[in-house]
Design a binder for this molecule. Structure first.
Ligand SMILES: *Cc1c(COP(=O)(O)O)cnc(C)c1O
Length: 419
């Protein structure tokens, strides 16, 4: 459920008609709904009500906007971060250092030191040398780093290849069979407090079966580690729950996920950590755009919008589907391809799709753009960096400015030795 609804034939974000944002801020622009964000955060937390000890860390890579993070911080969410930059964002949003988990396959020594200096709650170690480095850095600072070992359970998440992370051939974690020995060596290092294991098998999962298979493997690993004398107090189950992008998509609900987790982990006696991203933020945002032109094509017309692949990369990157709706639908439809202005054929949002009939100057919205949207934006083709707006009832605020192409250009220089 979300708070983007038609009132008197006009698409609104909560109580704000989207044409007002288009007129005042311009397009393209991301529009987020605070009520939707809070609702999703609450629904996910409620789904875990049967888990006695838990910590929820929003995977901020999917939407690191400070305004968005602030809303989630107030909901009691921590953050899963994958870079020093994300770590600073989580702190700047008001999240407590203790509530921050540091994931990521290529943390630098500087980032490990930054995490220690900031006093974060947990490091998710991706492989043995990283753990050794973290132990050395912590020891030099006279500190002990709370850490878990990320394991790769070798299951097929059944999602797009570019966002699968839990197959043996993927770059993430250590093989689950090698995990006990590696864990044992890391646990012996002063400077590390090895307290558990982590996994994350992929994103946009539309079935619980691969998650359940992975959790069962991790459950057996926990038992093996305890049998070897280790104290296991934390297991990080990652994120990955999918969201509906198409009207007839039917991914598992947070409640179904929570029930499965409660059942599989009931005897684990650990604090469970969760790293949801998309399921919290996906449906909380739309990308508002204006139709520039409708141009005849060989089969169907091209609807050329002012948003492009640099603003919303998912269709170009993963062939992802985003619903496209007119802000003032007439009830008529057309079959068209939706494209942006960037000079690549990859800048295509939809091919030969039946959509609301739109014409030059009309406003439209790409739905479910709150996760992996603005955060992936670039200035390719010297376009401006897309702005973001947060709506709260009948008020809204620009939570990220449009950064003009000229501002980007001002950070460049022509060498004076080229004459
Ligand atoms: C990306 C990521 C997540 C979040 O994934 P979603 O599919 O958005 O829930 C969680 N944990 C880790 C380690 C990640 O890399």
């Amino acid at each position: 459920m979300d708070h983007f609804e038609y009132r008197d034939g006009v698409l609104h974000a909560e109580d704000i008609p989207l044409p007002r944002i288009a007129a005042e801020i311009g397009t393209p622009v991301y529009v987020y709904s605070r009520a939707t964000l809070e609702r999703h955060a609450q629904v996910f937390a409620d789904a875990l009500k049967d888990i006695p000890r838990k910590h929820i860390a929003f995977a901020i890579k999917c939407n690191p906007n400070l305004g968005v993070l602030r809303v989630l911080a107030r909901q009691g969410y921590g953050a899963d971060v994958v870079s020093g930059g994300e770590l600073e964002r989580a702190l700047a949003s008001g999240m407590a250092p203790q509530d921050i988990v540091f994931s990521g396959v290529g943390k630098t020594r500087a980032e490990l030191a930054q995490g220690l200096d900031r006093g974060i709650g947990q490091f998710n170690i991706e492989h043995e040398p990283e753990g050794v480095a973290l132990a050395e850095i912590a020891l030099a600072k006279d500190m002990t780093a709370p850490a878990v070992l990320r394991v790769n359970p070798d299951v097929d998440a059944g999602t797009h290849a570019k966002i699968s992370t839990g197959k043996a051939e993927n770059k993430f974690g250590v093989g689950i069979d090698a995990a006990p020995e590696i864990f044992g060596r890391l646990a012996a290092l002063p400077g590390l407090q090895m307290r558990g294991v982590a996994l994350h098998i992929g994103s946009q999962l539309t079935s619980l079966a691969p998650l359940e298979a992975a959790f069962e493997r991790v459950g057996r690993l926990v038992a093996d580690l305890r049998a070897a004398g280790h104290s296991i107090t934390h297991v990080d189950l990652g994120g990955g729950l999918g969201v509906p992008y198409k009207p007839d998509d039917n991914p598992p609900s947070p409640a179904e996920y929570g029930a499965m987790v409660a059942r599989v982990t009931k005897d684990w006696d650990v604090t469970l950590m969760f790293e949801p991203g998309r399921v919290i933020a996906g449906n909380t945002g739309v990308l508002l755009t204006e139709v520039l032109w409708v141009k005849p094509g060989a089969t169907n017309p091209f609807v050329i919008v002012d948003a492009a692949m640099n603003d919303l990369a998912r269709p170009a990157l993963y062939d992802a589907y985003h619903d496209f709706v007119a802000v003032r639908p007439t009830g008529e439809t057309m079959t068209a391809s939706i494209v942006g202005p960037v000079c690549e054929t990859g800048d295509t949002f939809a091919r030969d799709r039946v959509i609301d009939k739109v014409g030059s100057g009309d406003l439209a919205a790409f739905r479910t753009a709150g996760a992996y949207g603005a955060t992936m934006a670039s200035t390719y083709n010297s376009r401006s960096l897309v702005p973001e707006v947060l709506v709260d009832g009948d008020r809204y605020i620009v939570v990220a400015d449009r950064i003009a192409a000229g501002t980007i250009m001002a950070a460049e220089r022509v060498p004076d030795w080229i004459d």
